[in-house]
Design a protein around this ligand. Structure first.
Ligand code: DBV
Length: 254
């Protein structure tokens, strides 16, 4: 079986290429591709994690982590991290196929959840799209209370049976396209902010990134495949790298 989420990542790459001036984002050595053997001795199979990243004006880092095995797991975790000099949310997609089914999380996640000037322009566009797709997908169930500050009202969250490829095709894929298109509209229209505003956005981005790094639901899986040292380095040095990127860009100042 080829990688289940290929169409999603290909679409994101082509829409971003068409709409933004993309440039390369360096992926630290050792994180581009990682392979391991998994499963019981009688049914050993290979699991590969591949990374992809770019940047663009108003986007500090857009990156994907792609987990691919012969059967499940198949994962696309795709996050667009805005430059904190722009009043933009994060784009977050967690598309996860496990033996027990698909788990789909899609959102334009707020940097400053309590700030209506940050959230209202996003919700205005997202609401109709969210309502259209939510009504066609089962609710994914409760998420941890502590995660609440990091999700918007437009959080699309569902679980689907592994064999329901029809819903992936007719609902999840077009929802992904709609969320991405709204995000790219916001990016294309964004104007830079400075001073206290960019400081507040940076602080909000740090809270979100620290939370995601600390609570990464993939930690267990990645640690089983690749060990703890590689997994922790990958989480902090690539998946949620705001802190390390900040430190290295500051040390580069004259
Ligand atoms: N999730 C990630 C990264 C992944 C990844 C970087 C590289 O953030 C995969 C891979 N997510 C992944 C896997 C699972 C989940 C689950 C493998 C299954 C874990 C398991 O069952 O072992 C949304 N993702 C989840 C869950 C949620 C999310 C709510 C269920 C957690 C659970 O049931 O315990 N997406 C996730 C999340 C945020 C987001 C927490 C933001 C705060 O955008």
């Amino acid at each position: 079986m080829s990688w289940l989420w290929k169409r999603f990542l290909d679409l994101a790459k082509s829409r971003m290429t068409e709409r933004l001036a993309l440039t390369s984002y360096p992926i630290p050595a050792g994180f581009e591709q990682k392979r391991a053997m998994t499963g019981p001795r009688s049914r050993r199979s290979e699991v590969t994690t591949t990374s992809w990243a770019v940047k663009a004006p108003a986007i500090r880092q857009a990156r994907a982590a792609c987990v691919e095995a012969e059967g499940p797991p198949h994962v696309l975790n795709f996050v667009i991290n805005p430059d904190h000099h722009y009043d933009l949310p994060f784009f977050g997609a967690d598309l996860v196929s496990l033996p027990g089914g698909h788990l789909i999380a899609l959102d334009l996640q707020p940097v400053l959840k309590r700030d209506a000037s940050h959230t209202a322009p996003v919700w205005k566009r997202l609401q109709p799209v969210f309502e259209r797709w939510r009504s066609r997908l089962p609710d994914g169930g409760p998420i941890p209370q502590e995660a609440e500050p990091y999700f918007s009202k437009g959080f699309l969250w569902t679980r689907l049976p592994l064999d329901d490829e029809t819903s992936l095709e007719t609902t999840v894929f077009p929802a992904f396209v709609d969320y991405l298109e709204i995000y790219l509209d916001l990016v294309c229209e964004a104007r830079p902010v400075q001073g206290d505003r960019s400081d507040a956005l940076l602080a909000g981005q740090r809270r979100y990134t620290d939370y995601r790094a600390e609570k990464d639901p993939a930690r267990g899986m990645l640690t089983r495949f690749y060990g703890s040292d590689w997994t922790e380095a990958y989480i902090h040095g690539f998946l949620f790298d705001l802190e390390s990127a900040q430190t290295s860009s500051q040390s580069g100042l004259p």
